[in-house]
Design a protein around this ligand. Structure first.
Ligand code: DGY
Length: 311
């Protein structure tokens, strides 16, 4: 069969099927399975997940390719400049996952600072002996500075949420711009990176992984944070030096870490399993029914539009 649309997974909702009906043939086959490999040669559009890296050599094997759709806002797993050079359109899913991801970042922050996972485990263990004045003491957020790496929609959405919790947002962005950021509920300064880190008792990552942000938070940068700072990462693992973070947790320099993303997912640094004061999630930033349905629709409409434009 001549495959026009090749997806590595069904998507939430009906959009992919509907797209397959309008632009046959649709094949759903696991990433790099023999079926997927064989279908690449005739594929005009690929749909991939954020964990599936497409290489320049895949583009060479797909001479008919016009569109790559990714079921994510992040495009760091795609050969963006090679696609541009070959006239291949990339379709991603911005905006529709802003609230879901900002919500999850806030959930991680509260889980770390209020020791939610430990409390849950204590109650379930059957060993809880009742309320105690010093039991599972956490850290308050009110009045403290929250550094936000990235002043795009998700960073602003997170700022709105921590502002509602009484925190004072501070921004840094990749362009190192100054001025202030209007995050919807108020405005906050945009500072040079080291200046922002020095004040941030909470630091949350909301920028894409690019050559400019890869390894940005290395040991030296992390040591600028106040002692006891909490880091939340719902962006991409490669921005943060994970080995340094684990070390700084073990030496009590960092107060806690909440992660939804990791370098080299799903193959985690084994030290995370025993790292103290951490809450670890399996990349759930956009994982609500409403958000994933909206992502499917946005992605499939974008692919249809790209097909329409090229026909
Ligand atoms: C994305 O879509 O790129 C995000 O990582 C979702 O969590």
């Amino acid at each position: 069969m001549s495959v026009r649309l090749l997806s590595t997974s069904p998507l939430v909702g009906e959009s992919l099927q509907a797209l397959g009906n309008s632009f046959p043939e649709l094949l759903v086959a696991s990433f790099r399975s023999p079926e997927w490999n064989a279908a690449l040669i005739s594929a005009e559009a690929l749909v991939v997940m954020l964990s599936e890296t497409i290489t320049d050599s895949d583009l060479q094997s797909a001479p008919n390719l016009k569109v790559i759709g990714t079921y994510s806002v992040g495009v760091n797993h795609l050969p963006v400049s090679e696609c541009a050079a070959k006239g291949i359109t990339i379709v991603n899913t911005p905006e529709v996952l802003t609230d879901a991801t900002a919500d999850l970042a806030l959930a991680l922050l509260l889980a770390v600072t209020r020791r939610i996972a430990e409390g849950d485990a204590l109650v379930r263990s059957g060993t809880w002996n009742g309320w105690g004045p010093e039991q599972l003491l956490g850290t308050s957020l009110t009045g403290k500075f929250c550094g936000i790496l990235g002043s795009g929609p998700i960073g602003k959405g997170f700022a709105k949420r921590v502002w509602a919790s009484g925190m004072k947002p501070l921004f840094w962005d990749r362009e190192s711009r100054g001025g202030t950021v209007d995050f919807g509920a108020g405005s906050a300064p945009r500072l040079p990176l080291l200046e922002m880190l020095q004040q941030s008792i909470v630091l949350s990552l909301h920028c894409p992984l690019t050559e400019a942000t890869r390894g940005l938070l290395d040991r030296n940068a992390l040591l600028r944070l106040p002692k006891g700072a909490v880091i939340i990462n719902t962006a991409r693992g490669g921005i943060l030096d994970e080995a340094a973070v684990i070390d700084l947790l073990e030496t009590n320099q960092l107060g806690g870490v909440g992660l939804d993303v990791y370098a080299n997912e799903p193959h985690l640094n084994p030290k995370w399993a025993s790292a103290p004061r951490t809450v670890l999630l399996p990349h759930l930033g956009s994982a609500t029914v409403e958000t994933r349905t909206a992502m499917s629709s946005l992605l499939c409409n974008g692919i249809a539009k790209a097909f329409g434009a090229s026909e």
